[in-house]
Design a protein around this ligand. Structure first.
Ligand SMILES: Cc1ncc(COP(=O)(O)O)c(C=O)c1O
Length: 322
């Protein structure tokens, strides 16, 4: 059964042509899906899973949302704000060694009233364990917690991106390729499930920024299968998923080529990309487009605006035309 939805975003997000970027790359039929304009805080793509995760939490009569992520995570800020809309308290387990820096996303989460629980180290994979432990402790104390893993990447959350696939297909021709960044996997999983359910032949090129391809591919396909089952849809087509390893110098660290791709996108289409997700996904996409990837191609701008603004000062000064 399709999980209930708490409306947070202003959807559909625009699908816009990118003629200047296409001209710079020597390709045509290039579109950008503007999930940076999802209309809920600066949550970007994370608006979509949160609509279903909070809808589900309300259906379960939860009174506190517990989740987590990194100190620069768009998802933690978005979750803190979404919890408020649903009338829930929010606890966030945040990884990072030493004192947590006042990043825009963490500052926003705290301003929205979330309780921040520092993990105290960099072992990101421990976040979900501590989230589960906190949920158990709160349940024992008589609260009604709902625990959500990092990134909101569950089958329920992925339904939000399956809906995004349907949304996309009402806005333009079925793309030959969609390119998007791949972190915890829910966005890619939902997209794959939704595109398969719609019966189109689109290939999803998912650019892994944090996990080895084999590991994240298995997770994505598992989530996509579960999500399709929830929706009563056909199982996803693994042959329509291409995972590209683009972790580069590490999670959250953009290589010079990534920054160059972000500068090209800024100089041609006026769009801001973050180092962690957008710059890396677009770097892969731009290289593939230059190599003749056939269209129509949709590049998914997933947001990351708060983090992008914070890191702009690290970028080299613009040197002119792309
Ligand atoms: C801006 C942005 N883009 C892409 C992603 C990756 O999405 P997913 O974690 O669903 O793979 C995230 C995850 O937090 C994100 O914040």
């Amino acid at each position: 059964m399709i999980p209930p939805r708490l409306q947070l975003g202003v959807l559909p997000t625009p699908l816009v042509p990118a003629p200047r970027l296409a001209g710079a790359l020597g390709c045509d039929e290039l579109w950008i899906k503007r999930d940076d304009l999802a209309g809920f805080g600066v949550a970007g793509n994370k608006t979509r899973p949160l609509e279903h995760l909070l809808g589900d939490a309300l259906a379960r009569d939860a009174d506190v949302l517990i989740t987590g992520g990194g100190p620069d995570s768009n998802f933690v800020a978005a979750a803190a704000m979404a919890a408020r809309v649903a009338g829930l308290a929010c606890e966030l387990v945040v990884w990072g060694a030493g004192a947590l820096g006042p990043t825009p996303n963490l500052t926003l989460a705290a301003a929205a009233g979330a309780d921040i629980v520092p993990l105290g180290d960099d072992r990101r994979e421990r976040v979900d364990l501590v989230v589960a432990e906190r949920a158990a402790a709160l349940r024992a104390a008589g609260r009604r917690p709902v625990a959500v893993p990092r990134g909101g990447s569950t089958a329920v959350g992925a339904v939000g991106f399956a809906r995004a696939a349907t949304e996309l297909l009402t806005q333009g021709p079925a793309p030959a390729y969609v390119v998007l960044p791949l972190g915890s996997g829910g966005s890619t999983a939902g997209l794959l499930a939704g595109l398969t359910a719609a019966g189109v032949d689109t290939t999803v090129i998912a650019v892994s920024v944090s996990r080895p391809p084999a590991e994240i591919t298995e997770k994505v396909l598992g989530l996509a299968r579960e999500s399709a089952a929830l929706m009563g849809a056909a199982p996803p087509r693994p042959d329509r998923l291409e995972v590209v390893d683009h972790r580069g110098p590490g999670f959250g660290v953009a290589a010079p080529d990534d920054r160059a791709a972000a500068a090209t996108v800024l100089h041609t289409e006026g769009l801001l990309l973050d180092d962690t997700y957008g710059a890396k996904a677009f770097a892969v996409a731009l290289a593939r487009l230059r190599d003749g990837l056939p269209g129509p191609v949709v590049l998914w701008h997933t947001g990351g605006v708060a983090s992008a603004l914070a890191h702009l000062a690290d970028h080299p000064a613009p040197t002119g035309a792309p």
